[in-house]
Structures are given as C-alpha cells and as structure tokens.
Design a protein. Sequence first.
Length: 400
Amino acid sequence: MKLENLELGLEFFHDINIDFLGKKWYFLAFSLVFSVAGILSMLFWHGIPWGVDFRGGTLVYVKFSHTPDDNAVRAAMDRVGLHNAKIQTEIGTNQVLIDLDVRETNEQALDQGKLKIIQALESNAPAGKTDLNNASSLTIKNYVMDKDPMHLGTDANAKYTAQAQAIVDFRDKVNGGVLTSLDQLKGAPGVDPAVAAIMPDGFFLSDFGVRNVEIVGPQVGGQLRQQAGLATLYSLLGMLVYLGFRFEWIYGVAAVITVFHDTLITVGAFSLTKTDISLTVIAAILTLIGYSNNDTIVVFDRIRENIKLMRREKLSEIVNRSINQTLSRTILTAGLTFLTVLALFLFGGEVLRGFSLALVIGILIGTYSSIAIAAPILVAYQDWRVEKGKRQVAMPGKAR
C-alpha cells in the first residue's frame, strides 16, 4: 500500500474548505479575552502562583490512619493561626501535603513546622502522655530507660536505644508511619514484651503521623525562577533561529509569537485558578513549547509546498488550503494526545494535577494557535508589505 493511500485512509475530512482566515477576528477576540484576563490576574488579582519550589516555604507530609478530610485539616490549621497553609491530598495513600509559609532554613524551622502541624491536628490528648505516632526514638528511649522494664544494668542505654529504634521502625516501615493500637507493639519484631507492656502508661495514639518535613529557602526559589525563565527564553530563541534557517525569518517570528501566546494563556489560567506553578509545571510548559512548535511547523511546511504549486493564488487562499489539508492530521495527533493528558488530569491525583492541567490547557491552546494565530500572522505580514508599496507576491519559501 502506498503511503499516500494510507494517509487518505486516516483522514477525517475530504475536500473540506473552511475559511479559517475569514474568522480571524473571532479568533483574535477569543485570544484577547483570555490573554487580558490572565495578565490582569497576574498583575492585580492573584499574581503568579509560584509553588514552594520557587517562592520558598516548608512542606510537611502527614499520614493519616483514615481518609483525611481536607476541610477538617484546613479548619485545624486556622485554629492555630496557619491561615495561608495549602493542603494537597494524595489520593489512595491517606497522606496530606501541607505547604506552610515558613522559610527559615535551619533545624529549628524544621521542628517548628512539625510542631505547628502536631499542635493543630492533635485534639483531646490525654494529660501527661506523649503521642507515639509523632514521638522520636530519643523520646521513646528516655521514657523506657526511666521505667527500665527489662531491669538492665550498665548496658541499658544501648539496649533501650535498640528497643526505641525497633518501635520506630515498626511504626514507620511496617505500618506506614501510623499505629492504630498500642497492642500492635506486642509481638513486633525486636520489641521486648516488657517494653511493649509499659507503653500505654506513657503514650497514646493520634490518628496521624508527621512523616517528613522539607524546606526550600527563598534564595534557592529565586534561583529556580531565574533558571526557569532562562530555559523558556532559550527555547524561544532556538525556535526562532531554527525556523528562520529552515523557512524564512517571518515564519520564526510567527512561531515565537504563537508560543508566547500559548504560554501566556497557560500561565494566566494557573493564576486565575490559583494553581501553584511548580517545577513539573515548568517542565510541562517547555514540553508544550515544543509541541505547539511542531504543530505550527506542519502547517508552515504545507504552506511552503503549496506556494510552489499555486503561484498565481493569493497567499490567503494558499494558507486556507494548507490548513484544511493538514486538519485531519492535526485532529488525529492533538486528539489522541489530549485524551491521554485528560486521563492523567482526571485520574493522576493531586501530585500530578498541576503538570496535567498545564498539558490539557497547552494542547488545546497550542493546536488552536497553530491555525488561528500563526497562519494569519503570515498573511498580515504580506498585507503590510503591500500597503508599503512592495510587489504583491506569495511568501517565499526556502528549498528543502
């Protein structure tokens, strides 16, 4: 089977003739509305919602013994004055990620973030008892040494240190960081029955455990913002150079404007929805720059081929014909990719929500802009040349 026959078999449309350029003002209005809304949101309403990777802050990972209630956790944060805390639930793991606006990069700040979360979430704690789900091995060791249930002699410190570590390992490695009953310690690997027997006297169990605390300093966040901006800028410059060499400079300019348009709307959507921009979101945006550029190049390449075949036609007619000829391919590739990232957005969980949202928005806008933004720029440039008194000719295209 010939390749051209295979291509025809994959086409959705045959002999379609949509006047895309005739609708350019509708496209322009659509783009202006969303671009201006995003700019206003970034400048005056919500700002750019940088994630902790870029603005700095403290991340606290909390594991619950049950499915956590976001509203209850948020209310608990408010009670202790953590009004700006951001809560992200990891579906299927009973784990919550709490983003605190604590930016000091020292051990005291780590302990401060952990203690604030424990203070907020612990309720009805028995007087004189310690929460075993959030107790350190040192706290456990000191308690057991004071009680000395094994009646040890001179080597009590080493043996009770091992006992405390065995309890922590059983809690964290076997039970995922949260014990639901002190009776679980009976028969736990490495835990002496005498030690397990005295634990209810000094400890109680909450329904959560702070698993980890991470801090990103503001200086590191500033460096990441700068590097993310440079990565985006370099990708745009590389695109301009490549398309200028591959086609003509106006093709490169049109592609860069198109990608800038896509990026602006995507970042604006994150600002409007107050969704954090993390490192994975930047990776998604850079991916979309390449994706949108690829789709634009397909249209540009067909325009260049048709210019050689339709020398007597107006550029606007050539561009319309080229877009219609590549429409089936655009729908096939963009449609399949969109379905994939949509599934990722719907079922990927909160951890991937920002990344998948950027891909969903970017694929829609990137596909739209290749037709509605990039191609009209070429025609607008030719019209400008005509107005300046230059000879009306079809856009030049370099030979392959």
